[in-house]
Design a binder for this molecule. Structure first.
Ligand code: SF4
Length: 391
């Protein structure tokens, strides 16, 4: 975007354009601007973007094909009772839309994404493909040692891809840039929680999704510009209830679903959409061994979500309750992709804890290409009314 003062409408339309472009035009232009540049795609839910950035590559967030892409080939690779993100990601690959990616990272979320990494290796042998396995043990001597080794392997893989060494100073510089980005992301979320009528969920969502497709420093500036423009804009405050969304951390709902929840009378004041840039909840230290810093922050200060093991069963859902209280939500919508094992296995436990804490909730399933919004609007609208009348 050009340097002049931007309006909310300008920023949102820029983000929408990037979000809608399933040919990844921004990454193509970025790559063509300097010889030797590489793009590294990554799937949900978390990868250390700092390492990709320190290697001089553009991290590219791949969240399937959304609701704009017809899946023709992708269905042939999977059984019918499985979520949609792996099929539409395959579709992006076989239709050459992802040929901009020189590397692909498949982090641990569930078996589906793990198996997709193996398929990618076979289907696209010229692409550097890595399954990035985050720890499920949070003891520094066990999970921490393992994770630092995994980070080292990732660093070495990136060095082979780019043909240049990544120094500790390179990683520390990138950590600083991402610390600033995460700080501003947290500010956007706090701004929305305080005055949700000024920062609709659909706008914040578009800005966060675009942020995973563009240069990180451009994204940080974009969020600052958005907050400045949105604070100055006079938008009507509606009689909506404040809700938190959980369960939507991997395959994403269609944008219309996010809009429908708001149109039904809910202000979204917390969510776990596209968690990547909120996965670490504090700044990563910028001194000492940077891999150890990334590892320790992951072990001690990352969000709780269904792809992370919670060692003590009684602790399950405590994170969600704390998040609801912190943002002042009056209820929870547990919205999760159809056939999403991790989220659907967690649902009874997390929702049980919400019940015990007296927090009202509803739940429903979606797919990234869900088209019928009327039932969602009715369910969310009835939920909002019931909170207004009886909570
Ligand atoms: S939507 Fe759920 S089941 Fe599907 S890949 Fe993501 S975490 Fe796995």
């Amino acid at each position: 975007m050009s340097g002049k003062k931007k309006s909310v409408a300008d920023i949102v339309s820029y983000c929408q354009e990037i979000f809608d472009d399933i040919n990844f035009g921004y990454a193509r232009k970025w790559k063509a601007a300097k010889p030797g540049r590489k793009v590294v795609g990554f799937l949900p839910v978390y990868v250390p973007l700092e390492l990709i950035h320190a290697a001089g590559c553009l991290p590219l967030g791949i969240f399937g094909g959304g609701d704009q892409m017809e899946v023709i080939h992708g269905d042939a690779y999977y059984q019918s009772y499985i979520c949609r993100i792996p099929r539409s990601t395959i579709e992006l690959g076989v239709t050459n839309r992802l040929d901009v990616a020189d590397g692909m990272l498949f982090p641990f979320v569930c078996d589906v994404i793990r198996n997709l990494s193996g398929m990618w290796k076979i289907m696209f042998p010229n692409v550097w493909t890595k399954f990035f396995d985050t720890p499920q043990n949070f003891d520094a001597n066990i999970g921490g040692t393992y994770y630092q080794q995994e980070l080292l392997e990732l660093k070495e893989g990136l060095e082979q891809l780019t043909g240049r060494k990544i120094s500790d100073a390179d990683i520390q510089r990138s950590i600083k840039i991402y610390n600033e980005n995460r700080k501003v992301v947290r500010e956007v979320y706090a701004f929305r929680a305080k005055e949700p009528w000024k920062a609709p969920a659909s706008e914040v969502y578009l800005m966060m999704r675009a942020g995973l497709l563009i240069d990180v420093e451009e994204h940080t500036q974009l969020m600052k510009d958005y907050m400045a423009a949105a604070s100055a804009e006079d938008r009507p405050k509606r009689d909506n209830v404040r809700i938190a969304i959980f369960g939507s951390f991997c395959e994403q709902p269609p944008l219309n679903l996010i809009k429908s929840i708001e149109m039904a009378g809910c202000y979204v004041v917390e969510d776990d959409y596209a968690l990547v840039n909120r996965f670490l909840t504090v700044d990563v230290p910028t001194s000492g061994d940077p891999l150890e810093a990334l590892s320790t922050t992951y072990l001690k200060h990352s969000v709780e979500t269904s792809c992370k093991y919670v060692p003590v069963e009684e602790d399950k859902g405590k994170f969600h309750i704390a998040a609801v209280k912190a943002c002042g939500a009056e209820g929870v919508i547990y919205a999760t992709p159809s056939f999403c094992d991790p989220a659907l296995l967690d649902r009874p436990m997390v929702c049980g804890r919400l019940s015990e804490a007296g927090i009202p909730y509803i739940s429903f399933k979606y797919a990234e290409n869900s088209g019928q919004m009327q039932p969602i609007r009715e369910q969310a609208g009835t939920f909002a009314d019931s909170i207004k009348l009886w909570s």
